[in-house]
Design a protein around this ligand. Structure first.
Ligand code: ADP
Ligand code: ZN
Ligand code: ZN
Length: 765
């Protein structure tokens, strides 16, 4: 690509704006530099620049050409890193928007837009590495045998579950790339280093396997004839492709043919020479989903998800950038796919929490999509059977178009949902966690050679160790969380990975009545096997799905009919299509309702409705049994009547009454430190600051919480406190938080105490 001329006609040097990589927010400004003769630069390229009085060069990004004249003497750019821009001009504008909306730095915003293979590492001495050129990647293999590993486990040699998981995975898979390990096991390269130092793993270089489809070729598939509803929806939506910045919600029950409609709209967009991005929650980015796209769009499809190696992801990204791949299917960060000509963005299962990132920049892909479509002029489509309250509220108030798909394809009925009263079950003497009705339905379904799914609330039902004498619960020494029993004799913290052997008697009073409580999926499996002869059960939870394809293996067993019942957490409720499933059982629906988050009703409704959508997807009708104590709750009543709108009206009235989203925006300031007093002091200061700031706002009032311990009041040995503030206007909220961050950045920079800000978090827990 050609750069711009470096001098204008008068021979005056060309200037550019540069933002620094790795700068604190207080230095995060656009600085003007001169471009030396002969250097070719464009916005979106990386450069090295001298900065301040320090020796050495810093990495930076060019954000624009010829900024307004400055009065100070300009320094020259030292070196251009890239030959062509890495970031398109549209995405630069998105980054600028993100910086304001999520209070992050330019660099943080720009970095999430790149696959990690394209990131630049600048050393102190000004040398740098462009990782993208790597043809190999780091990989690990186990340096101990399976027997030695078991022996080490028995000796209690591991203090961290992550180490155990890493070795388990390596022993199963043989060889894994470092990035796969990090993504699969949620570990950091540092943990791998520890294992390497101990001689338990070996590091190798691996040629990068650069085919994310692993040689799978998919036969082209012709689209089915649309149903009447699909046709009407298409006729309504297709014209929006020609307008700038259209926005619509496809409100369609599960199995109503939404995906089919997306495919057709994407086809239409491609006909106009414009590309498409479809976001799906990571968990539903299954081979089936990908195959549907490959079958329709063949070699134009790019897939972006976290199970690709760095090299694979980089190749997909480059293919998109070159224009060779113009149908992008991916998880959250695929919203940054560098398509030049964007025609349509689809956000499937729009209500999913996974679209909100948690770490800085804590962006919400739904909002980024809006910004991106506003900037680039694509059609933005949300799809869901159970839209988020925010999105449905926008549809109700007319700011976005709503299109309904009310019927399941081929007129298949929605499953019958029945509530089971667990209070009564107790009174009748059933002390297990599965009601008699559910047990007998599972047995009947088994006899009929059909399949069932049992859904548990997260690990909410998992086992923990409780002393029957003094009531002590075994908990993590670093986090304020009880340890979960993992296999027979290990206990683990699911937040930090701390692992210990289960003590024989109570560490507090020495009693021998120190026994496991609650019910994990393992216990449930055992109970089920007892009540139904010959039942083949597969479990799918985080503990049983380690390894690159662990997840897939479990699902394949179930899909191929080699198992009769699938037990799992939320994971099983989402997106999978199992034609032979006729029964879905949901255990302890109340536990989800009382989680303490203001979205708990919304999330429960969504989860139950999605789970119900798993039953009866083929010709056979489906049935759903929901076990609960609090049968009158409006959320459960709405679920049994498949009544999203009824639920919405109740819930939105409450939100309005209580000044909650979507009527108010929420900012959370979180302070943490290893020393409890440091954290307490800072949160008190922040509180006083915010209280004063709140008093001075002339517009509508702020709602400010007291400084409180965070719901997880201790994590990884750090004490955590937070303040929640709310305001009607996100702009007012942001401006106060922005000044707060600048004011306190000196107090926290380089110190042991951290302060972070999250805007409109997905969960308050
Ligand atoms: P959703 O995304 O709303 O859950 P899908 O698009 O996955 O729905 O459709 C559900 C099932 O119905 C899929 O197996 C799909 O192949 C099939 N299907 C969708 N549209 C049609 C149609 N017009 N004719 C026949 N089958 C269809
Ligand atoms: Zn005790
Ligand atoms: Zn912990």
């Amino acid at each position: 690509m050609m750069g711009r001329p470096i001098c204008d006609s008068q021979g005056v040097k060309v200037t550019v704006s540069v933002v620094l990589a790795d700068s604190a927010r207080s230095f995060d400004k656009e600085y003007t530099y001169a471009v030396p003769e002969g250097m070719q630069v464009l916005p979106g390229m990386r450069v090295l620049v001298p900065f301040g009085r320090k020796k050495g060069l810093r990495g930076g990004w060019i954000t624009r050409l010829n900024p307004p004249k400055t009065t100070y003497a300009l320094k020259d750019i030292a070196e251009a890193v890239d030959e062509a821009p890495l970031i398109t001009e549209d995405l630069l504008k998105v980054a600028e928007w993100m910086r304001g909306r999520y209070l992050c730095t330019w660099h943080q915003a720009l970095s999430v837009m790149l696959p990690s293979g394209a990131r630049l590492v600048v050393q102190e001495n000004g040398t740098y590495q462009k990782r993208a050129n790597e043809k190999t990647c780091r990989a690990m293999e186990a340096a101990v045998s399976a027997e030695d590993f078991d022996a080490l486990c028995r000796e209690g040699a591991f203090r961290s579950l992550h180490h155990v998981h890493i070795l388990e995975t390596l022993l199963q898979e043989g060889l894994c790339t470092v990035s796969d390990l990090c993504l699969l096991q949620g570990v950091t390269p540092g943990m791998l280093l520890t294992l390497k130092k101990k001689g338990l793993v070996r590091e190798l270089r691996l040629d990068v396997d650069r085919d994310p489809f692993q040689g799978r070729s998919v036969e082209p598939v012709l689209p089915p004839n649309p149903t009447e509803e699909q046709e009407n929806a298409f006729q309504t939506l297709a014209p929006l492709l020609d307008q700038n910045g259209g926005e619509a919600l496809i409100f369609g029950v599960t199995g109503s043919g939404k995906t089919e409609l997306y495919l057709r709209l994407i086809e239409e967009s491609l006909k106009k020479g414009k590309g498409a991005v479809m976001l799906v929650p990571e968990i539903s980015l299954t081979p089936q989903t990908v195959d549907r796209f490959l079958g329709r769009f063949g070699s134009r499809v790019a897939v972006l998800h976290s199970r690709l190696s760095i090299g694979e992801r980089y190749d997909q990204w480059r293919g998109i950038k070159n224009g060779n791949l113009d149908v992008v299917v991916g998880a959250r960060s695929a919203i940054f796919a560098p398509l030049k000509n964007l025609g349509i963005v689809i956000i499937d299962e729009e209500h999913e929490g996974a679209y909100k990132a948690e770490s800085t920049p804590g962006y919400d892909a739904r909002l980024v999509a809006r910004a991106r479509c506003n900037i680039s002029g694509g059609l933005l489509l949300y799809g869901s059977a159970t839209p988020s309250l925010e999105t449905f509220h926008r549809a109700e108030s007319g700011t976005l178009l709503r299109v309904d798909l009310k019927q399941r394809v081929a007129g298949r009925p929605l499953p019958k949902v029945t509530l089971i009263d667990m209070k009564k079950e107790m009174q009748d003497g059933n002390r297990t966690n599965i009601s008699n009705a559910l047990k007998s339905r599972i047995a009947a379904v088994h006899t009929a050679k059909e399949q069932s799914i049992l859904l548990l609330n997260r690990r909410g039902l998992s086992s923990f160790m409780l002393c029957r004498d003094c009531g002590m619960v075994l908990s993590c020494p670093h986090c304020s969380i009880s340890l979960t029993l993992h296999q027979k004799d290990r206990c683990v913290c699911h937040y930090c990975g701390y692992l210990e052997k289960v003590p024989k008697c109570c560490p507090s009073c020495g009693s021998e009545q120190f026994i496991p409580m609650g019910m994990g999926t393992q216990k449930l499996e055992a109970d089920l096997l007892e009540s139904t002869q010959g039942l083949r059960v597969v479990r799918m939870d985080l503990d049983s799905t380690s390894g690159k394809d662990g997840h897939k293996k479990q699902l394949d067993l179930f899909r191929n009919g080699e198992a009769d019942l699938l037990v799992g957490t939320q994971m099983v409720a989402k997106g999978h299509d199992f034609p032979n499933v006729t029964l879905v059982g949901i255990l302890s629906a109340d536990a989800m309702l009382s989680s303490g988050d203001f979205r708990s009703s919304e999330k429960t409704f969504q989860l139950l409705a999605q789970a119900a959508g798993r039953a009866g997807r083929d010709e056979k009708p489906g049935e759903v049994l929901v076990q609960a104590y609090n049968l009158d709750h409006y959320c459960l009543q709405a679920v049994i009547h498949h009544d999203y709108e009824g639920f919405y009206h109740q819930e939105i009235a409450l939100r309005q009454q209580l000044n909650l989203p979507p009527f108010y925006h929420v900012g959370v300031v979180l302070v943490s430190s290893k020393e409890i007093t440091d954290a307490e002091n800072l949160i008190q200061k922040v509180y006083r600051y915010l209280r004063d700031a709140a008093n001075f706002t002339e517009t509508a009032p702020f709602m400010l919480s007291e400084p409180l311990p965070a719901p997880i009041s201790q994590m990884n040995g750090r004490f955590r406190f937070r303040i929640i503030l709310r305001h009607r206007s996100v702009r007012t909220l942001l401006s106060v938080l922005n000044i707060l961050q600048e004011t306190f950045s000196k107090e926290t920079s380089g110190k042991e105490v951290h302060m972070g800000v999250d805007i409109d978090p997905g969960s308050m827990l």
